[in-house]
Every structure is written in structure tokens, then in C-alpha cells.
Ligand binder design. Structure first.
Ligand SMILES: Cc1ncc(C[n+]2csc(CCOP(=O)(O)OP(=O)(O)O)c2C)c(N)n1
Length: 334
């Protein structure tokens, strides 16, 4: 059975800059998301949006200071969190939602699931839930074949993990010892379906990896430092040529499956508990203050910087023009 990863972490082992960077990146993701929801409510953005509020610790912990631009990620449909952690400019993400030329797709209006930023190693998602699990084997295999030390991280939910692409992917990655790190973002629900109704492994989703000979564990995804450490070890293993790792990160979404979902299938007390007692940003902030790493004023300053950055990004994306008809033929190879 998968082990629970819990490392004793001393904040003194990190530099103050790094600790504050984790904080600011989580705040940046949350503010990006809150402002996008406002744009939806104002009628400026249409289509489905899957908010990542509540799970910022998973993305920041796994990516920031663990991955380089040349390392690859495949995000999930709640993946603005991961794209921001990997360094995609906020204006480009807003541009994809607004359909303006500022977007990564230069006006094709990708929303959340069809954007990419290859220069920063963001290779995309896929049309159907879980298909990124198959594609990620490709970039991991190519790094191994070419002899580079690039690693690939693939993100997917508990619902995606109940589909068959996971098993084909695990088999290949296990067989060829690929530098591939699986991050299962287990927020307990696939739309309204609880994880207990979708997996035949009874204890942990990470137990699937056992059968493929892949090291695995379960971690508190809302603890940014635990997340950082567990992925750091997996990245080191992958770079040593020791193959894949499967990490199940426990988290919870603060909002419904998509904006507009009444979210009435979750016990309100359970949701309240996650928001009040298990919020990744709130808890991390309390730890930084309790352990004397910084003052409240320093954190307020970081929050203000983020607010400014978000406002500028929205303006840039909104000021950018919509594409003309010629855009349809750009990037079309046939
Ligand atoms: C093959 C396929 N089946 C169903 C859907 C519809 N769908 C979109 S998101 C989703 C739930 C995914 O749940 P999970 O992987 O746990 O991610 P979460 O939304 O909880 O982050 C479903 C069923 C889809 N996009 N593709």
C-alpha cells in the first residue's frame, strides 16, 4: 500500500526569498483565478471555467524551484494553477480566455484546455480527460532517447485516474524507466462523483502504481513544502535514470466543478472545514508568521504587488485586438 509522505521540514533549510516566492506564487494563482471569475460574472468571458482555488499548494510546491523551462508539464483542466507556476505570463492566460491576440494561441480563444507555451515547457493538455497521460509518455521517452536530463510532470484528477489511459501510461513508463512524474490531484470528486465510487483500489489511488513497479506515495497537497520536497526527490530520481514516480496529492476544490455548478453534492460542513482549516495559502502564511520568517507587512506588500500585476495583465489582454480572418490559416499545415 502507498506510503504517506511526511517529512520533518525546518524552514531554516530554505532561504527567505524561496519561502516568500512560494507564498507569492500561490497568491498570484488565487488572484488570477478570482479575477477571471469576475470577468465571467461581468459577461466578458464565456465558456467553461474550472477554478483551481484551494489547490495552489499542489502546483507551486511541485513546480517552483523544482522544474526548469526545459522540463515539461502537461496540465489538467484545472490547470491555470500549473501554467502560472511554470511561468506563463498572466496576460497570455487572460488573452486565451478573452480570445485576443495576446493569448498563447494568438486569438483562437483556447480557454483553459487548449493553450500551450512550448518555450516554458507547457505542452498542453488533451481533448479528453486523462489523454495527457498517454502523451506525456512521449516527451519522457524522447528525453530518455536523446539522453537529456529533462523531466516530464503530468497532472490529472482522481476522475481521470479512473480511466484506462493511466494504465497504458504507467506500463510504458515503468517498463522503460522514463523520467515521468505523475501528479494525481485527488480533490475527491469527479464532477459530483466521489472517488470511492470510481476506483477499485480501496485505500489510495497511488496503489495503482504498485502493480507497475513504480515508487509511489500520498502527500498533503495543501502543504506547499511537503509537496515541494516530495517532487524534488522524484525529480532527482528521474534525473539519475531511476524512472517514474507516482504522487497522489490530497486536496479539495473550494468551488464547484465549473463556474455555474451549484456544488450541492458536498456536505457544506466538509467544504467549510477545507476552506477554514486546510487552505494552503492561509496555513502557509500562518506558518511563516509564527516561525518569524517575515512580518505581516512584508506579506501585504507581496499581495499588493500581485494585485498590480493582475490588473496590468487584464488590461494588456483586454487592450489586445481580436484576430482577423487571416489568423485561421496561421499554423495550418496541410
Ligand atoms: C473522456 C471524457 N469523459 C468525460 C469528460 C467530462 N468531464 C470533464 S471534467 C470531468 C471530471 C474530471 O474529474 P477529475 O479528473 O477528478 O478532475 P477534477 O475536475 O476533480 O479536478 C469529466 C467527467 C471528458 N472531458 N472526457
Amino acid at each position: 500500500m502507498a506510503k504517506i509522505y511526511e517529512k520533518e521540514i525546518n524552514l531554516k533549510d530554505y532561504s527567505k526569498n524561496e519561502l516568500l516566492d512560494f507564498y507569492q506564487k500561490m497568491v498570484k494563482i488565487r488572484k488570477f483565478d478570482e479575477n477571471l471569475i469576475q470577468l465571467i460574472q461581468d459577461g466578458k468571458v464565456s465558456g467553461f471555467y474550472h477554478s483551481g482555488i484551494g489547490s495552489e499548494g499542489v502546483s507551486v510546491g511541485s513546480i517552483v524551484n523544482n522544474l526548469r523551462d526545459e522540463d515539461f508539464i502537461y496540465y489538467n483542466h484545472r490547470g491555470c494553477n500549473q501554467k502560472i507556476a511554470k511561468g506563463v505570463p498572466l496576460s497570455k492566460l487572460y488573452g486565451d480566455f478573452l480570445g485576443t491576440l495576446e493569448g498563447t494561441t494568438k486569438g483562437l480563444g483556447a480557454g483553459i484546455v487548449h493553450s500551450a507555451d512550448p518555450e516554458r515547457g507547457v505542452l498542453g493538455q488533451a481533448g479528453t480527460i486523462g489523454s495527457q497521460l498517454g502523451i506525456s509518455v512521449g516527451s519522457a521517452y524522447s528525453a530518455k532517447f536523446k539522453g537529456t536530463d529533462q523531466v516530464t510532470l503530468v497532472y490529472f484528477g482522481d476522475g481521470a485516474a479512473s480511466r484506462e489511459p493511466l494504465h497504458g501510461s504507467l506500463n510504458w513508463a515503468g517498463l522503460y524507466k522514463l523520467p515521468l512524474i505523475y501528479i494525481c490531484e485527488n480533490n475527491e470528486y469527479a464532477i459530483s462523483c466521489h472517488v470511492s465510487e470510481t476506483h477499485s483500489v480501496k485505500e489510495h489511488i497511488a496503489d495503482w502504481a504498485e502493480g507497475y513497479g513504480i515508487p509511489n506515495c500520498v502527500v498533503d497537497g495543501n502543504d506547499v513544502l511537503q509537496m515541494h520536497e516530495v517532487v524534488k526527490e522524484a525529480v532527482e530520481r528521474a534525473k539519475r535514470g531511476e524512472g517514474p514516480t507516482f504522487i497522489e496529492a490530497k486536496t479539495f476544490r473550494h468551488r464547484g466543478h465549473f463556474e455555474g455548478d451549484p456544488y450541492d453534492y458536498v456536505d457544506p460542513e466538509v467544504l467549510q472545514d477545507w476552506k477554514e482549516n486546510r487552505d494552503p495559502i492561509k496555513n502557509y502564511k500562518a506558518r511563516l508568521l509564527n516561525e518569524g520568517i517575515c512580518s505581516e507587512e512584508e506579506l501585504i506588500k507581496l499581495d499588493e504587488q500581485v494585485e498590480e500585476e493582475v490588473a496590468e495583465a487584464i488590461k494588456k489582454a483586454e487592450d489586445s485586438p481580436l484576430p482577423g480572418p487571416e489568423r485561421i490559416y496561421e499554423g495550418l499545415f496541410s
